[in-house]
Design a protein. Structure first.
Length: 359
């Protein structure tokens, strides 16, 4: 299990002096062994958008990538949903949902169901090399500097569904355990992001059975509404990226936070200025693992009271991060599945609501 292995490797790194964290890899642009997407016959088209440019006295031309249609074929028989089991031990230890998917030539990977990633499908460069996938390199990431681009994935299989031509981006960054500069372990990351998840009518995380159900057609109807709480969410642009945002109450202060199914532990990350507004305790110094930015300094605190809609939670562990850091840019915090790992959570994209079975 990747997360369990990463934790074991983190412990090992403390003992033997190894380094564990994200490593930027050389760009595919200088590697002739990596196949290229033909932009004239690929999974997308490049569209020119012309707008008046009053400063230059002419037109501004922007080139936008427009993906060909993605299709999801689900062999459901008489059922209306399909369910996929996720790794129980990983969820118990790390509160993240990973499900099996198959890519080229049936290669099997664990994919993180992550509404915190705005796109559809994400791969790192190790997976691309495994599967010999074709790429279209773009620019370097504006913060991390790692090379990024587009990847062609003709087919992906998840449970009883076959997804053709999913929009896919890659980054050439991978978590590694390194000793004396040499990699002892390389992570292979696959992410099913917000654009993939919201293609379904609803997605239900059954955290007691450790399975996630996808409904391509039907809207969600609670079996007994009295057993459920719900809170509305909005899909809004934050720093240019679509995010799933909810309003929560932290006692005397409201906060507008992202709901992130890939957010792991603890269940709430807060920006430092939000915590200061609450007059919270300083807390203990620590490090928060983030896939993209590595280990970020944080403070471990306890939130006395937290309300998500009508549901109130008390004395919950949280982490406070710097307000000027890249991870929480444009957001007051991140709420994950960690607080709800003993119940069911439904993302209802027809009504734009999050349903939580009462604890």
């Amino acid at each position: 299990m990747r997360d369990l292995l990463l934790t074991s490797l983190a412990c090992l790194s403390l003992v033997c002096g190894c380094n564990l964290g994200p490593v930027t890899m050389p760009s595919f642009t200088s590697d002739p062994a990596v196949r290229r997407i033909d932009p004239n016959n690929g999974p997308f088209t490049i569209v020119e958008i012309r707008t008046p440019d009053p400063n230059a006295g002419g037109e501004r031309v922007d080139r936008v990538i427009q993906w060909n249609k993605t299709r999801i074929h689900a062999n459901l028989g008489g059922a209306r949903t399909f369910a996929v089991r996720y790794r129980g031990l990983d969820f118990r230890l790390f509160s993240r949902v990973s499900v099996p998917v198959r890519l080229r030539e049936g290669r099997r990977y664990w994919a993180l169901v992550d509404t915190g990633y705005t796109g559809g499908l994400y791969l790192n460069d190790a997976v691309i090399r495994d599967c010999d996938l074709a790429v279209f390199p773009l620019a370097e990431h504006s913060i991390t500097g790692c090379p990024t681009g587009i990847c062609e994935v003709p087919v992906m299989r998840i449970g009883q569904a076959m997804v053709t031509n999913p929009p896919c981006r890659y980054e050439q960054s991978q978590w590694q355990l390194r000793l004396l500069g040499l990699p002892l372990y390389r992570d292979r990351m696959v992410i099913l992001g917000l654009d993939f998840v919201r293609a379904f009518s609803y997605v239900r995380f059954d955290n007691t059975r450790r399975q996630v159900a996808f409904s391509p057609h039907d809207s969600f109807a609670p079996d007994d509404p009295s057993h459920w709480d719900s809170v509305p969410f909005v899909l809004e642009k934050v720093q240019g990226n679509l995010r799933m945002m909810v309003d929560i109450s932290l006692g005397s202060r409201a906060a507008h936070v992202q709901f992130d199914t890939g957010g792991a532990k603890p269940g709430l990350l807060l920006r430092d200025d939000v915590w200061q507004d609450l007059g919270g305790a300083v807390g203990k110094k620590g490090k928060q693992a983030t896939y993209q930015f590595g280990w970020l300094p944080c403070r471990r605190v306890v939130v006395p009271e937290l309300s998500v809609g009508p549901l109130t939670l008390r004395d919950r562990k949280a982490a406070v991060l710097a307000q000027d850091g890249p991870f929480l840019e444009g957001m007051e915090g991140i709420l994950s599945l960690d607080y709800f790992k003993k119940t069911d959570v439904v993302l209802d994209f027809q009504q734009n609501r999050i349903w939580i079975r009462k604890l």
